[in-house]
Design a protein around this ligand. Structure first.
Ligand code: NCD
Ligand code: ZN
Ligand code: ZN
Length: 429
């Protein structure tokens, strides 16, 4: 199978290439990148006017399988990822059962092989059942194929236990993905604490719950030497703590989610539960700090925290409705609109945070367009303006606050190991 991609603007942050090139793919690999390639091919994509970038990598996705297949499955989540331009996604362990055993890792790998249209890398939990009491067998889980450990959805509140987990993760050379939220400070909060929460009569979630654990985890990571990745940083204080740690040369990376730089608590309403997620939408001051962190490199990764929930679950009273929104099919467009069209980030630096930086974090040989590499490639129309419509999503769920938003930049093709999965903006199969 020979695929020729012609005349696209190839943007490859790993090699700092930004030029019009042709790319030849033979079976699953990139075999040539040249100014001009004229050859017969089984398929030719005319990418004139489009950006051709490494397949996007999302280190923070909830696929819900096993256990919550009414929200999402490995199949539908992977299709949603492909529609969003992602060719590799990491799935969080808060499933039922939790990803705390070799059996569940095997189950996910088996399902991925049969049903997923993109690469799926499982993340194991830190404690058994995410109960916060007993560590998983990190070494065994790594042998069976996890790419990191995380208690996402929760925090390991027992610092001694977390420190042990970090030591084991360090020995196994995998990162710890931290969901930073001090449980004792949460107090049933459902949106950012402050005037808006008071006005709506919704219990507040303070920034300190996030900041305290970010500070703790940075200290524990320093002492254990583990690679610490901070999930969904949402606060100005969190960005500052991360910046300081990086200035000291510590082994810390952080991600932000598109909703945390595109939206504020201003959109939260009692009957709009798609504005409810954890951590919550904050204020303009936090958004500015996050954007500054993206610009100065404090924040190296953009991740979605794709958290599908069924409409029946979201259609409950605000405090009852689950936290979380889908994100795979809007991330690129929101980022292009909020960060690139505004000239806050260059195309190169934006794409870097969705490709080679997450690849480096995971230690995988992906996230770049070079001869000899697996052909995971995303092609986008950077100029196309459209209105986000949740009814077009491949995800099983449509809990997005971005429904109706006007954005600029759309995924046209997603290619996984040389196979066209998304063609002209639609799933091929
Ligand atoms: N982000 C969310 O609001 N929800 C996530 C859990 C999480 O990422 O902490 C979920 O699993 O639904
Ligand atoms: Zn989380
Ligand atoms: Zn999450």
């Amino acid at each position: 199978m020979k695929l020729l991609i012609k005349n696209g603007r190839v943007i490859d942050p790993a090699t700092k290439l930004d030029a019009i090139k042709d790319i030849l793919v033979l079976n699953e690999k990139i075999v040539e990148v040249q100014d001009e390639i004229n050859q017969e091919a089984d398929e030719i994509i005319d990418a004139k006017g489009y950006w051709v970038v490494p397949g996007l990598i999302d280190v923070h996705v909830h696929l819900r399988e096993p256990g919550f297949e009414h929200k999402e499955t490995i199949e539908t989540g992977s299709k949603s990822a492909a529609m969003g331009g992602f060719t590799t996604i990491c799935c969080m362990p808060n499933t039922q059962p939790v990803v705390d055993s070799v059996e569940i890792v095997q189950y996910i790998k088996e399902k991925t092989k049969r049903q997923a249209v993109v690469n799926v890398l499982p993340i194991g939990s830190i404690t058994k059942g995410q109960m916060g009491k007993e560590l998983v067998d990190v070494e065994k889980l790594v042998e069976s194929g996890i790419c990191g450990i995380s208690e996402d959805g929760k925090t390991v509140m027992d610092s001694a236990l977390l420190k042990k987990a970090m030591e084991q993760a360090k020995a196994a050379n995998i990162p710890v993905f931290s969901h930073c939220e001090d449980h004792t400070l949460v107090q049933g909060g459902a949106m950012n604490a402050g005037k808006k929460a008071e006005a709506l009569g919704i219990k507040g979630l303070g920034r300190d719950a996030e900041e305290v654990i970010i500070a703790r985890d940075i200290i524990l990571a320093r002492n254990t030497g583990v690679k610490l990745h901070l999930c969904h940083v949402s606060t100005k204080g969190g960005v500052e703590l991360t910046r300081e740690a990086k200035q000291r040369g510590e082994n810390v990376t952080a991600e932000v989610c598109p909703h945390h730089f595109a939206l504020t608590e201003d959109i939260v309403e009692k009957d709009f539960t798609n504005s409810k997620m954890n951590p919550p939408l904050r204020t303009g001051e936090d958004v500015d700090a996050i954007k500054q962190g993206l610009v100065d490199g404090t924040i190296e990764v953009i991740a979605t925290d794709h958290a599908p929930h069924h409409a029946d679950e979201k259609n409950q009273e605000f405090h009852q409705a689950p936290f979380g929104i889908v994100g795979l099919e809007t991330a690129l467009s929101i980022g292009m609109t909020e960060l690139v069209a505004t000239k806050l980030l260059t195309p190169m630096s934006f794409i870097e945070k969705m490709t080679i930086n997450p690849a480096k974090l995971l230690g995988i040989d992906k996230g770049t367009i070079q001869v000899g590499k697996i052909a995971d490639i995303t092609i986008l129309d950077s100029n196309l303006e459209y209105e986000i419509d949740v009814n077009t999503f491949a995800s099983k769920s449509n809990n997005s606050p971005f429904h109706g938003s006007k954005v600029k930049g759309k995924v046209m093709f997603t290619i996984v190991a040389g196979e066209i999965i998304v063609e002209n903006g639609e799933l091929k199969h």
